[in-house]
Every structure is written in structure tokens, then in C-alpha cells.
Design a protein around this ligand. Sequence first.
Ligand SMILES: Cc1ncc(COP(=O)(O)O)c(C=O)c1O
Length: 426
Amino acid sequence: MTKVLRMPSSQGRAAVGEIASGLDVEQVRRDFPILYRKVHDRDLVYLDNAATSQKPGAVMEAITRYYEQDNSNIHRGVHYLAERATAEFEAARQTVQSFLNARRPEEIIFVRGATEAINLVAQSYGRSHVSAGDEVVITALEHHSNIVPWQILCEQKGAKLWVAPINDDGELILEEFDRLLGPRTKIVAVSHVSNALGTLNPVAAVIRMAHARNIPVLVDGAQAVPRLPVDVAKLDCDFYAFSGHKTYGPTGIGVLYGKSNLLEAMPPYQGGGDMISSVTFEKTTYNKIPHKFEAGTPDMSGAVGLKAALEYLNRLGMNNIAAHESELLDHATAVISTIPGIRVVGTAKEKAGVLSFVMEGVHPHDIGTILDQEGIAIRTGHHCAQPLMERFGVDATARASFGVYNTKREIDALVRGIEKVKEVFS
Ligand SMILES: Cc1ncc(COP(=O)(O)O)c(C=O)c1O
């Protein structure tokens, strides 16, 4: 239920605040300075959150504070700033641990993003466990980041990549997925939420089915962590990947969660400083987890920014965020799917805040360009999911994806924009 109240805006104009399931969206909007800029002389309507989210002031302030007060290289120095920076970095790890409900901080590896997290698992766990004739199972819903690293691994090892099919609504067919699992399956990799369709995959069931055959599961959570409460202990996944920049945090930082027994047994992904215990020209011994997987100077300010972002999301409440995006999605689906000539691509029963659509006779890029003139940012293209586009017989879609600061007003602006596109092409 959406309650409406009036409140003064920090921009000095009266605003209609929407309280959706506990989230005061007008208040939230004030935390994001970029939302107040104009685009082509129009109010910015930012609906490209699945590509990257905007950043609240708290994140930018944390990064500035880090550089103004604490910056130094970590884990190496004995001086004051080195200790401060190390403490900040490790505190960020603990924040991620509790955000995901991981059992131990060592199970959190800082990486550049979901892409690097998946490549790490493919090249470390994969290379040491997958042999010629073995199998890796993914789904038809994956982003290229959760396809290509497995293709590379399978090519290197002479292994096979199986793809679990989806139905016409964009839902994973669980029975077919189960049928693909066999004695040669060495790992399953599945997205939690599809970036292109918004489908919320039944990852708990996927994990149960795979574990029944002792197969580990990697979950690509790039689109889930910003939108839903995620509990890796409850899910019992073996690996979980996400990106800071889609989670209201900075670019350049991301997370791989891995069960400690698996991480401990895995070989390093990259070699360099910090990941070693001792080095001679004859032999190198490796550091403990998580450092074994964090070669070189990491993105310290990125970790500090990600910590601030997760704390911000905790203050809003992930259940509130999920409820808010669900309301936006319901509203957007209801109004957009009734526009003549529009087809929604991805009609799963369980979805998170992503709406993909095509318009008869108009290329998605033209939709995006005309909407841009109205100050509305959506994404058009194949969304790094070309096989999925092919499955739906399109080469591209227009995609609106929602975030904590979006409102029904903005969706109505999108609808007016779409009407304009229709006028131009009529
Ligand atoms: C589902 C999914 N997985 C992985 C990625 C890759 O994320 P990044 O580019 O931040 O590494 C994305 C990015 O769009 C995504 O949506």
C-alpha cells in the first residue's frame, strides 16, 4: 500500500512523498545529488539502475573522508595511516560479511566486480576441478559475465557447457535443469535475478537440487544484492558474486563470497604482492584466505565506499527496498503492457525491478534516443545477454530498471515518453 504525504523538499519546492512499504522515497531522493541535475533541460528520470545505480552522499563522503584522513597502502606498513587504512578495509569486509550473513569475514574476497568474481571461480575452482569430459551447467538467463568465463574454462579443459532452458515467460524450467545434472557436472552457475528480464530465479531450489548430487553452486547476485535481502548462509550457496557499483556503491569494487573450506583448497587466481606468505625463486607459499585471492594493492577507497553503501541500504531496510521496487514494477507493468504495440519481454511470476519491452515497428535504440530528449534514461540493446535475446526472437529490448529513489511519477513520465515515441513513428 502506498501512503501519500506532503513534505517540503530540500530543493525548496513542494514534493509529494511516496511512502511505499516503509520507504520514504522523497527523503531517499534527497540523498542522491545527481537526481537534481537537469538533462536536456528536463528533470532527470533515471531508470537505468540495472546498468549502474546512482550514489548517495554518504558514499561520496566516506570516500572523501578516507582520502582526506586515512589513505595509505594496507597490510604492509607499521605507521599510523597504514594501520588506519587497514582497519577501514577490514571493517568493510566485516560489513559485507554481515550484510550477506556469511559465517566468517575471510569468506569475503574483494574483487573488481561480479565479472571478476565469476572469472576467479572459473579459473581457480574450475581449473582445479574440471577435466576433459566434465560438465558445467548454467542457464539460458545468464549475463555474458556468467557465460563467457565458463566457455573459456570448458575450452581450456575440453569440458562441456550445458544450458538449462527457460519457458516463454522467462522462467527457468527446473525439471530440465535437474535433468542436466549428472556425475560429470562439476559446478552450476546461475543468476539470482536476470538483468535483462528481471526474472527472480528459484536459486534455493537450484542449490538443493545441485547439492543433492554434491555439485557446488555459484550464484551471480549482481542484480539481486541491490534489490533483495540476501542470506548466503540460508541459501547455502557455495559462491556468491556481486558488484559495488550496482549496489549504490562505487565502481571498481565487488565481492566474491565463498565457503571457507572451498576457498582454502583453491589455488590462487592472480600472483603478486599481499597474496603470498613467503617467496623464493624456487618456491612461493601463499597467504591465508582472503588475502590469497587479493593480489596487489586493492581498491581501498572502493571498499570504504561499499561499506557506506551497504550501511545506507541497511538503514533503508532491504525488505522495504524489495517492497518498494515490487510496487514500482507492478505499476510499470500494468501501465506499459496496456500501451498498444508494446510487448513486455519477460513475464515471470517472480520478478525483481526490471522491465524489458519492445515496440512494434520501432527499434529500441530509437525509443532510448527519444526518451533521452525527455530526460529519461533507460537502457536499450542486448543487455550483455545475446543468447537470451535470441531465445525471445529479438536482437534488443528497451529496459527500465528501478532503484530506491524511483517513483510512480517517474514511471508515468516514462509512459508519456513512450506515447511521444509512438507519435514520432506514427
Ligand atoms: C546479472 C549480471 N551479472 C554480472 C554482471 C557484471 O557486472 P560487472 O560489470 O559489474 O562486473 C552484470 C552487469 O550488468 C549483471 O547484470
